[in-house]
Design a protein around this ligand. Structure first.
Ligand code: UD1
Length: 429
């Protein structure tokens, strides 16, 4: 298994291009199942999760073609995918595939809406809590689906098609909202989703679905209304920039000091995180090209924050912020309200010398003057990158093991950081 070696203590300066958002690219690829015409997606990040979803879609009979580079394109440009689900040959998504990536469970909604049935294994994915699918099932039932659970599979049927209905989520869920949205586009009549997730990736998927002929209003608000249509067509859509990647590199620069342009980043996608960084003493400026992040000599001020659905502070940046606060001038508090068990990085950060105390959902981080390199291991995607951030500021050498988690969600992480002066390299197994 690959490892990453980092020698800490170097400032970052230069430009980091921000990739297309993983959490939009995955549901957008899944939306291709809703039409027999070709969906063209631009700015798709080159990630292990994208490749895994391609395999899963392939199993349903979907062709995914990677378009070649155009003149003037560089390795930094996102990929263009031509996705064609002209014929769906299999409505089962097997355990071996779905267990590797939780979001692949979402194929259930378009398969059900278009084919009238789907059989999808219960998901796996990052080990950050129980992550049930009860609300996704509830959403499909509200649209008239019959659901059975058998031998670890969710079987959804709607022989005469789905019917519009009212879906009220008792809790904000991104996956639940994607499921409801995709299922409702082809249902007969009107669907109203109340307490919908407002994450920007939901808005991006709704924009693409509307280009495909869907009739969705209110996406990015907590009340989404969908008028069902009989058929969707192909479209061309460019994936929005990754706000989690943006926030991660912003925190890396805050950690090491320096001055970096996050090229293509959009501040409105992560305002809560940028506000917090400014509060901690980091300089943030928006330019025509993206977001500039700088920190000179002065130290970091501690912060107190609670994770929340968008527009609140995202759980997917919690681990990275914690790594940053290990070096603050004082005591910070971070409360995780979205996922239980999402503090696996705490014990690994402690190996680097961090002082963190856990009490239920809240971590108290006492800033220390220095971290020291060590061998560390990560258990999920965002936790792994928090170890990279800590290692960039630690004295000496850190080896991050189990790098496959990073490859699931961060495109060319080592080269993006190395180009800005970090001493980071991959050690291939
Ligand atoms: C998505 C993101 C993930 C992010 C999370 C929260 C993708 C591919 N993944 O995950 O990176 O961390 O949103 O912003 O976009 N819940 C239930 N029942 C359900 C579904 C969810 O109780 O049926 C709970 C979950 O356990 C969790 C909360 O709802 O406590 C939010 O989960 P959800 O928003 O659904 O997360 P995902 O869509 O899995």
């Amino acid at each position: 298994m690959d490892r990453i070696r980092i020698s800490g203590g170097r400032k970052l300066s230069g430009t980091i291009p921000i990739s297309g958002a993983k959490n939009a690219a995955l549901p957008l690829m899944i939306a291709s199942l809703l039409t027999d015409q070709t969906l063209i997606l631009e700015n798709v990040p080159a990630l292990a999760d994208v490749r895994q979803l391609r395999r899963i879609l392939g199993n349903h009979g979907v062709d995914v073609m990677y378009a070649g580079k155009r003149p003037g394109e560089t390795p930094h440009d996102g990929q263009t995918l031509h996705i064609s689900a002209a014929q769906i040959v299999d409505t089962t998504a097997p355990y071996e595939m779905v267990s590797k990536m939780r979001a692949s469970f979402w194929v259930i909604a378009p398969l059900l809406a278009r084919m009238g049935e789907a059989r999808v294994s219960m998901p796996g994915g990052c080990s950050i809590g129980t992550r049930p699918v009860d609300l996704l099932i509830m959403a499909m039932e509200r649209l008239g689906a019959e659901i059975e659970i058998e031998s670890g599979y969710v079987i959804a049927r709607a022989k005469n098609g789905l019917k519009g209905g009212e879906i009220v989520f008792p809790k904000v869920t991104v996956g639940g909202t994607h499921t409801a949205l995709m299922a409702a586009t082809l249902a007969q009549g009107t669907t109203v989703i109340e307490n919908a997730a407002r994450e920007p990736e939901i808005g991006d998927v709704a924009d693409c679905l509307n280009k495909m002929g869907a009739r969705i209003t209110g996406a990015s608000t907590s009340r989404i209304v969908i008028e069902g249509v009989a058929k969707l067509s192909g479209a061309r859509h460019s994936v929005l920039p990754d706000r989690i990647e943006t926030g991660t590199y912003a925190m890396a620069v805050a950690m090491t000091g320096g001055d970096v342009l996050l090229e293509g980043a959009r501040p409105e996608l992560l305002q809560s995180a940028l506000d917090l960084l400014q509060q901690a003493g980091v300089e943030i400026t928006t330019t025509n090209h993206g977001i500039r992040v700088a920190r000179n000599g002065a130290g970091l001020e501690p912060v107190a924050v609670t994770t929340a659905p968008f527009p609140g502070f995202p759980t997917d940046l919690q681990a990275q912020l914690m790594a940053l606060m290990t070096r603050a001038n004082g005591t910070s508090r971070i409360t995780e309200t979205i996922f239980e068990n999402r503090f696996m990085h705490v014990q690994e950060l402690a190996r680097l010398g961090a002082r963190i105390h856990l009490d239920g959902e809240t971590a108290t981080i006492e800033g220390v003057p220095r971290l020291k390199g060590a061998q560390v291991m990560a258990t999920d995607l965002r936790a792994s990158v928090s170890l990279v951030i800590a290692a960039l500021a630690a004295e000496g050498e850190t080896i991050v093991n189990r790098v496959y988690h990073l490859d699931r969600g961060f495109e060319r992480l080592e080269s993006k950081l190395a180009n800005c002066g970090a001493a980071i390299e991959r050690l291939s197994a």
